[in-house]
Design a protein around this ligand. Structure first.
Ligand SMILES: NC(=O)C1=CN([C@@H]2O[C@H](COP(=O)(O)OP(=O)(O)OC[C@H]3O[C@@H](n4cnc5c(N)ncnc54)[C@H](OP(=O)(O)O)[C@@H]3O)[C@@H](O)[C@H]2O)C=CC1
Ligand SMILES: O=C(O)[C@@H]1CCC=N1
Length: 305
């Protein structure tokens, strides 16, 4: 496994960056993840905003919003969408898994040798993507998260064997521009989904509970929110800065016979940690289920081999 941060990206060689400046990117799908990554790319000046194309199904106000916020190039008519796809060097598949089969199949005849396919789609395997395209185009399969939109994403990346060294660099740079990247074997991307892909939602869920409990204890909700956010930030930063294990940091908060011990004892009695881990594993299993369903639909009986 290799790990890289956004700071590494800033330090990437000028020649690597200048190469990315020349490329034309096309986001196929214009939802929250496409916006999160495109925003990072434009803020980090990975390439000129007009070099980033994007389109969706419904067009209209969403695309106008993306043009005015980031200066992206958008496409609305079928002809413009096809042209944008055909002219792109890098195509980033950004639709939901349920839409992927039809969306990818419908453009397979437009895609050509020399293009790099990047997927952010949960569960969808490299093998299924290549089968849908009907050509062995190089594929970079990723699992980012929504924190990419503020440059603090965490993205797992794996590559099809036919991805060249140069294309690997493009895939890594793309996601390093919006946070940390880890390169893993493809079979670990479901685990990455369970930990960091879905991860922001678990932490929002915890924060929802913390804010609610603060209010139930008598705090004003704005104050409860402020204390909760700062506590989450401080705890994450403590782990990062000190390099300490979370169990040790927790021990430092927990005085014998004190308040924290009382809270953790109750949580342990209710097996909160166990249920939390089960939920995370369920996310990874769901990613694998989605992948199998798509593989079965696309490859039929061959999917087991
Ligand atoms: N959200 C998250 O936290 C994460 C999501 N992902 C993955 O990223 C992908 C996108 O998720 P997210 O951004 O949340 O989804 P959204 O629903 O926000 O966006 C999906 C986009 O795909 C477009 N789309 C669907 N079908 C087509 C089509 N045939 N032609 C053109 N555009 C199409 C939609 O257009 P329209 O709105 O017009 O229908 C929409 O713009 C998913 O596969 C998900 O698994 C990965 C990591 C984290
Ligand atoms: O919930 C989902 O399916 C997507 C994938 C990872 C995070 N959100």
């Amino acid at each position: 496994m290799t790990m890289h941060t956004a700071a590494d990206s800033a330090a990437a060689s000028a020649s690597q960056n200048s190469q990315l400046q020349q490329l034309r990117f096309c986001f196929y799908g214009a939802g929250s993840m496409a916006e999160a990554v495109a925003r990072g790319m434009t803020e980090r000046k990975l390439c000129p905003p007009e070099g980033i194309g994007m389109f969706n199904r419904s067009g209209g106000p969403r695309l106008a919003e993306l043009r005015s916020r980031y200066g992206l190039t958008t496409a609305e008519t079928p002809e413009d969408k096809s042209r944008m796809l055909a002219e792109a060097d890098v195509i980033i598949l950004s639709m939901k898994p349920k839409d992927a089969e039809e969306a990818i199949r419908s453009v397979s005849s437009i895609l050509r040798e020399g293009q790099l396919i990047v997927s952010m789609i949960a569960g969808l395997s490299i093998r299924t993507i290549q089968a849908l395209i009907g050509k062995r185009l190089p594929v970079v399969r990723t699992m980012p998260n929504t924190s990419c939109s503020i440059g603090l994403g965490a993205t797992g990346i794996s590559f099809s064997p036919d991805v060249s060294v140069e294309q690997r660099m493009i895939g890594e740079q793309l996601f390093r521009s919006v946070g940390l990247t880890v390169t893993v074997e493809e079979n670990l991307l479901e685990a990455v989904t369970g930990v960091s892909g879905s991860g922001p939602a678990y932490l929002y869920y915890i924060m929802e509970s913390m804010i609610k409990a603060g209010v139930e204890l008598g705090l004003d909700s704005a104050l409860s929110r402020e204390l909760t956010v700062q506590t989450m930030l401080g705890a994450a930063e403590m782990m990062r800065v000190t390099g300490e294990e979370p169990a040790e940091l927790r021990r430092q908060v927990t005085s014998p016979g004190g308040t924290t011990q009382a809270a953790i004892a109750l949580m342990e009695e209710h097996e909160v940690g166990l249920h939390f881990r089960s939920g995370m594993k369920r996310s990874a299993e769901r990613a694998a289920d989605i992948g199998r369903e798509l593989e079965r639909s696309v490859l039929g009986d061959q999917h087991e081999s």
